[in-house]
Design a protein around this ligand. Structure first.
Ligand SMILES: Cc1cc2nc3c(=O)[nH]c(=O)nc-3n(C[C@H](O)[C@H](O)[C@H](O)COP(=O)(O)OP(=O)(O)OC[C@H]3O[C@@H](n4cnc5c(N)ncnc54)[C@H](O)[C@@H]3O)c2cc1C
Length: 383
């Protein structure tokens, strides 16, 4: 089959890799470079954490994603994943439940009471009395390296073609059941496909039916990047990503590993915006994040700051999650949301491709491993 993948972010590129691996011809079209530094996926890191205290299915899926990333790392022959674990601060009475969930999912889980937590991670000031769980099968995905390695792998494949700097303006979803799907580019050129995946991230709304687009909210999230003092580098490089830090503003922290800076962000630095704009972080949000983390990161000072960046994502107004929509015969859109679509991308991409080539169930019947993630019913199920 000839599959046209619109969008060269993590969902599009991994779908293209799996499509090629299954023997299909894949064309990846992007409005910008491939990879594009303005895409949601393009960052120094993304966190893979498995623990979802209220969702054992998602926890199991994340552990499977961990193994899938290790396989991808071997396929792409590039270091893209640092499996350093992930630490979640939890109330003491949740610890044994968290440990049970993780071990049921096949991951090791180590518990910390307040004393051992403070002693193990002295560079972080946890709220008094905090306890935490460290999960084993988790870590940091080196996001920009994932995209570059995926694009390079595709460039070397005779079955793949990359088409940067081409904007898709319309996909014909009313084509005959057995006929080709027309994908129209700005400027009038039309590509013919046997199957089409729209993986257009925060730019998804113009390519969706109006009723679906209206159900999506666009969010903008600020992040700051810091250089830790040389004397602290060793202790920081052995630090797992930390979420649920016990901050009222919902902070998370990604350690400076594999040559990356320390990244700080918080739910309070996210806001709803009308359109995708630039990725420059306004001074107000930089200052906000430094102020939020000053009591948390020991020694943090404004002069640690080396960079800041804003990223955009869409989420479903009704669920806060991604939108998966079957738009026509062999035409699917996956508008990834914030929070977790990067780590699940190998599972999502594989299921999307299997569906598009007729080798898997329609997305409404997704592999149960992904069901905890892709819960949304499709717009027009092909059943
Ligand atoms: C601040 C932040 C932190 C996050 N942290 C995590 C995390 O720790 N763990 C995790 O799992 N997930 C995380 N996520 C979510 C994850 O990063 C995203 O869900 C994922 O990267 C989205 O990938 P994508 O391929 O769908 O979209 P994108 O990466 O945005 O790619 C879409 C591509 O489509 C192209 N495009 C768009 N429209 C068109 C068009 N009409 N024609 C041609 N090309 C087009 C764009 O140029 C772009 O390259 C985070 C998100 C944000 C914003």
């Amino acid at each position: 089959m000839r599959i046209v993948v619109v969008g060269g972010g993590v969902i599009g590129l991994l779908s293209a890799v799996y499509g090629v691996q299954a023997g299909h011809q894949v064309l990846v079209v992007d409005q910008a470079a491939i990879p594009f530094s303005g895409s949601t996926s393009f960052d120094r890191h993304r966190v893979l954490k498995a623990l979802y205290l209220d969702d054992p299915v998602a926890t199991g899926a994340a552990v499977r994603a961990h193994h899938q990333w290790l396989r991808l790392q071997r396929l792409l022959a590039t270091r893209i994943y640092e499996p350093v674990g992930a630490l979640s601060v939890l109330p003491a009475d949740e610890l044994s439940r968290a440990q049970r969930m993780l071990t049921d999912a096949g991951s090791g889980a180590h518990l910390f009471g307040p004393l051992s937590l403070a002693a193990t991670y002295p560079q972080v000031r946890f709220p008094a009395g905090s306890s935490a769980v460290l999960e084993d099968l988790a870590g940091v995905l080196l996001a920009d390296r994932v995209l570059t390695a995926g694009a390079d792998w595709l460039r070397q494949s005779p079955l793949a073609e990359l088409l940067p700097y081409r904007t898709v303006v319309r996909v014909d979803t009313e084509h005959p059941a057995a006929g080709p799907v027309a994908v129209e580019l700005a400027g009038g050129e039309v590509l013919a496909a046997d199957a089409v995946l729209l993986a257009t991230g925060p730019w998804s709304r113009p390519l969706l039916p109006a009723d679906l687009a209206a159900g999506l909210v666009l969010c903008r999230q600020s992040m700051v990047y810091c250089r830790v003092p040389a004397a602290d580098a060793a202790v920081w490089s052995a630090t797992p990503p930390l979420s649920a830090l016990g901050m009222a503003t919902g902070g998370w922290l990604v350690p400076p590993i594999a040559g990356t800076p320390l990244k700080l962000s918080a739910a309070s630095a996210g806001r709803v915006v009308p359109d995708v704009g630039d990725t420059t972080t306004p001074r107000y949000w930089r200052d906000h994040l430094i102020e939020q983390f000053t009591p948390v990161v020991r020694g943090l000072r404004a002069d640690w700051l080396v960079d800041a960046r804003d990223a955009y994502y869409l989420m479903r107004r009704s669920t806060g999650g991604p939108l998966l929509a079957v738009l026509g015969e062999r035409v699917v859109s996956y508008a990834a949301c914030g929070g977790f679509s990067f780590k699940f991308a190998p599972l999502i991409a594989r299921s999307l491709v299997q569906y598009l080539v007729g080798a898997g169930p329609p997305p409404t019947g997704f592999d149960p491993a992904v069901a905890g993630v892709v819960r949304v019913p499709s717009h027009r199920p092909v059943m």
